[in-house]
Design a protein around this ligand. Structure first.
Ligand code: NI
Length: 646
């Protein structure tokens, strides 16, 4: 390595995502040193994030040495089904480790999705089952590759569970209008063959179309005048590599195949000093359990992060459609199945939005008005996972609030009943027997908290009514009570809206102006618990969804709420396993895991494409600042367009 190149490496922030060149280099080094055969498929090649101390040291300028660049790769050998994890030092050009991970199935590889469809389409056994249903043309056979899960009766090997729909009259037809009920096709993707066909009997395929493009909708409404966002002087943020500065916020953007968008080193400038809030924040896992016991639907429960690598399913976003205004895009650079880099162009969108009122007061005696408009910075990506779209949005506000919002849209995963039948476990969508099974979407977000430093404590705060008596003579009294969550077992909690429950993360060593520890609170939005039975496979495999709050001490190897390899896993991994150690989580480097669910009893209005539903939570400063941190936001321009007289 030349001296010039060394300096270039040294200048790079240790959390900059791998470049295309670095992914190529990692793959080249691995293939050369390990003599990899063509049967090896690359599941992912990502930055191996350095230990936290090294990153924080780099940020503080304490570390004279450049931080070593490492890649982490997951591989699958199709010939024997073995999975491998590799660490490659890019700084040294050497493989650090290459290890077989026994008994696991890595995430579904994008190629397998398309292969699964072809294998099912071409299977004589499947074609026979389709002929029984009056289907003679197989070009329109559409196969969604659902994860096989773990029920104990599956064939050996790497499996997908293909469910079938029919696109009628061409590739642009919405196949979800035409489900082939009672047909399940297990595909062994390593061996490229159908492993098992299950046919539970013929149900007529619903015929009524469900198309939603303008040509199918008919006359479009009129009356929408142009609505344009102009920022004549440009944006208010600055970007350096993947570091972002906006208003008083500082943070870094990352993107991984498994989690999609990652935020690092989120801090807020206060009194000339950037105060840390979050070290790392990301979607750690998600799962979509279905509540319908019918044969096709009873095993539907996709772990879209841990089974499907939701980041690899990110949409390339386009100006004026997904985001509006002056936009800064970031590409997502990932590896394909042969380990070669490719970019999803414009995978991440960042822009500012006017967000209405920030704060206001009118002194009614003097008629003087002080009003400030709120602006938020939006960082987002949208993934298409088969029938569904998930938009993941981080918002930063001028008053120190952070919000995470998932936007759920796309198309319902449908089934069919005999015409005239009314399904108990779903909503009938038309009189052809088309229906949408009831289901839920659970998300878990991993929040590596860093409130003014590493040593933090999590409290649960409930509001209590005071008992009547001397202290409460007229019975009106109520107050908040904060209880520290000292261990991993104490810190497994669920929401309670009737106690106005929230959780706050404080730094016991840093006091605010009231002499109390500075903190941020996690504010639940609408939430729900799963309805599956405690011994159901999906509850064992997605144990994280049985609690809304989990707290663990920081460990860089504990990243995914359902464990590293949930695909076909029997369950118990991840949060339930780690927290079984019952480690102390008081005044230490804590990671907060928040689970939130979106309950989906489908409506007619969700068909044929769903208007967006929202789910998420907020992080709000609670005594982090000594007063309203947005006091210094200037008044709107006094050019008369605000519509008030001040
Ligand atoms: Ni849904």
């Amino acid at each position: 390595m030349t001296g010039i190149k060394r300096r270039a490496t040294a200048a790079k922030h240790p959390l900059e995502p791998l470049t295309a060149e670095e992914i190529s280099a990692a793959t080249r080094i691995l293939k050369a040193e390990q003599d990899l055969e063509d049967s090896h498929r690359f599941v992912s090649v990502v930055l191996r994030e350095p230990p936290k101390e090294k990153v924080l040291g780099f940020d503080n300028g304490e570390n004279g040495e450049p931080v070593e660049r490492e890649a982490f790769a997951i591989l699958l050998d199709r010939s024997d089904g073995k999975a491998y994890e590799a660490v490659v030092s890019l700084s040294e050009g050497a493989v650090r480790s290459f290890e077989h991970v026994p008994g696991v199935q890595p995430q579904v590889i994008l190629d397998e999705v398309f292969e699964c469809e072809e294998i099912v389409q071409e299977s004589p056994e499947v074609q026979e089952a389709l002929r029984k249903r009056g289907i003679e043309e197989f070009d329109g056979v559409m196969v969604d590759p659902w994860s096989a899960g773990h029920y104990g009766d599956e064939e050996e090997g790497r499996l997908l569970r293909g469910l079938v729909w029919i696109k009628q009259g061409g590739p642009d037809d919405n196949g979800y209008a035409h489900p082939v009920e009672n047909l399940v096709v297990y595909v062994n993707t390593n061996e490229g063959r159908v492993a098992r066909v299950e046919d539970y009997g013929v149900v007529p395929v619903p015929q009524q179309p469900g198309n939603y493009t303008p040509d199918a909708v008919g006359e479009l409404r009129t009356g929408l005048k142009p609505f344009e966002i102009t920022q004549p002087e440009g944006v208010s943020f600055e970007v350096d590599g993947h570091e972002v500065r906006w208003q008083k916020w500082r943070f870094r953007i990352g993107f991984t195949p498994r989690e999609g968008l990652v935020l690092y080193a989120v801090g807020y400038e206060d009194d000339g000093r950037v105060r840390p809030i979050l070290y790392r924040a990301s979607l750690s896992e998600m799962v979509v359990p279905y509540g319908d016991p019918a044969p096709v639907h009873r095993r539907k429960n996709a772990f879209d992060a841990g089974e499907y690598n939701i980041g690899t399913l990110a949409n390339p976003l386009e100006l004026g459609c997904d985001c509006l205004g002056e936009i800064r895009y970031f590409d997502a650079v990932m590896s394909d199945t042969s380990g070669e880099p490719y970019a999803i162009k414009n995978a991440v969108c960042m822009h500012e939005e006017d967000f209405g009122l920030l704060w206001k007061h009118t002194d009614f005696r003097t008629e003087k008005v002080e009003v400030r408009r709120s602006r938020r910075l939006v960082v987002s990506f949208i993934a298409t996972v088969g029938n569904y779209e998930y938009g993941f949005f981080w918002y930063m506000y001028q008053d120190g609030n952070i919000e995470f919002e998932v936007k759920l849209t796309g198309i319902l995963s449908t089934g069919a009943v005999e015409p005239g039948e009314k399904p108990r476990y779903g909503q009938l969508l038309n009189q052809d027997g088309l229906y949408a099974p009831i289901h839920q979407h659970f998300f878990n977000v991993r929040l590596d908290m860093n409130i003014d430093g590493q040593e933090n404590t999590v409290y649960e705060v409930n509001t209590e009514s005071a008992p009547p008596g001397d202290e409460n003579p007229v019975g009106n009294a109520f107050y908040t009570e904060a209880t520290p969550l000292r261990t991993e077992s104490e810190a497994q909690r669920v929401i309670d809206p009737f106690k106005a429950r929230y959780w706050k993360v404080v730094n016991p060593s840093v006091e605010n102006t009231a002499g109390e520890p500075v903190g941020y609170k996690l504010v639940p939005h609408q939430n729900v618990l799963p309805f599956a039975q405690p011994d159901a496979s999906v509850i064992k495999r997605a144990g994280f969804m049985t609690r809304h709050l989990w707290v663990t001490p920081h460990d860089r190897d504990e990243m995914h709420a359902a464990g590293d390899y949930p695909n076909q896993h029997q369950g118990g991994a991840g949060l339930p396993e780690w927290t079984g150690q019952d480690r102390p989580v008081e005044n230490t480097d804590v990671v907060v895991w928040y689970t939130f669910g979106s309950h989906h009893a489908a409506r007619l209005e969700d068909w044929p494409v769903m208007p967006v539903q929202y789910a998420g939570f907020a992080l709000q400063p609670v005594g982090f600042f000594d007063r309203n941190p947005a006091l210094d936001v200037p008044p709107p321009e006094a050019n008369g367009h605000c519509g008030y007289s001040g």
